[in-house]
Design a protein around this ligand. Sequence first.
Ligand SMILES: N[C@@H](CCC(=O)N[C@@H](CS)C(=O)NCC(=O)O)C(=O)O
Length: 214
Amino acid sequence: MTASMRLYYFPTPNGRKVSIALEEMGLPYEIVPVDILKGEQHRPDFLAISPNNRIPALVDGDVTLFESGAILQYLGRRSGQLYPADEAGRCRVDSWLFWQMAGLGPMAGQLSWFTRVAAAPDRDPRDASYAKHCYLKEVTRLYGVLERQLTGRAYLCDGYSIADIACWTWVDQYHAQVGGLAGFPAIAAWHRRLAARPAVRRGLTVWMPATAAD
Ligand SMILES: N[C@@H](CCC(=O)N[C@@H](CS)C(=O)NCC(=O)O)C(=O)O
């Protein structure tokens, strides 16, 4: 019997991408919790797996990966699911996957950080308000890009793919990011479409710490 994959995990958007993909693909895996609120990402044994000290990471036999986008591509190739085999289709999925990895994720992450800094009682709100303004503007622009792509489409590319999963876990925090989806009807429909999938629901609840964080 082959050992199942080990997913080094904390329930954040980047961690959830991988648990959702594994659930969708029906691949056996076990969760290795890395509680980033307790600083467990800095443990030497985790550093040996994830040189950037960040979750998620995946170990599958002699394959070790960090960076959620690389993990999703690997799982897509390994399972033959949610990642087209033809070059043109794969390029379309890669484009949206990289858009998420380089744009939506980092920008939404910074927005979340500066929103918290601006609201912290021990900080002068002016310290963070300009940064928050800039990141909100950019995240709103990115939502506009996503809205355009999803208008008239059920999924980002030709069918449901790892690119949808990558973007969805970030958009799932739409309320904190852009206040609501009233101005983004195509995103709202797509968000509901994925939220209704049993594998997505399972992937969101695979493991929770005593105190959850995003
Ligand atoms: N680009 C990386 C980002 C990973 C990342 O930022 N992980 C966060 C949780 S979402 C983390 O481990 N944070 C711990 C820390 O900042 O020390 C990926 O997509 O895997």
